[in-house]
Design a protein. Sequence first.
Length: 257
Amino acid sequence: MLNRRCRLCYLAPRFGRRKPTWKSTVAKSDDKSGPASRGRAVGRPRASAAPASADARADIIAAAAKLFRLHGIAGASVREIAADAGLKKASLYYYFTSKDEIVYAMIEDVLGPALATQKKLGMAPLSEAARLFLYLRADIELLCAASYDCTWLLNHGDLGDARMKAYARQRKKLVSWLVARLKEGMAKGEFAPCDATTAAQALLAATEYSVTWAERHDRGRIAATAAEVATLLTRGVLAGGRSVEAVKAEVAAFPRS
């Protein structure tokens, strides 16, 4: 059963099944007086004269996250989301075809990078302990840097939706990768004997729940928190005689992407 305290928790009671349409924002090359020439973000017109963010898509997601939290997904309208993002309703549809697509984008913006990180670390010449540490740190940084709280619990998630089922399977891949690391690490003597599935679920829950208490408004604090939590979690599964300081020394030699 899908743990509701997870990055899939932004779910709506009913989701449409239309495929997303991603549209680029291109300025006309002969428009010397347009937004691009004034240093503003290129895209659809704003609803107000307030200074525009450089990323209208991010503005929409941030506005949606706030309104979802206040009113629930069903209670937040596209018009309200657009207004909070400083856009006209019609302009919002330039970036997202529906409210459902905003929710899907929120999930994809977190799941996609997490899966990519696991793939990269799985191929890296590292110990299993170093792979584990690096993934835990990266996942916490990713989750805490998002403008929305993915552990926020909604009680009306429609897991009958095809896209939601796909996201649930993707999250299971995150757990499976952690299980594989733990089993390999135990075989190599890096980790203490444990039930790998239970430990993997606990590790992922710890990273996901961090967004409920971590200071998330400063990138430096996010990085420090992620490193500290990753240290504590990695230390907790290391075999006797293994040092988390040695693991961190190995990690320090591995370049950040």
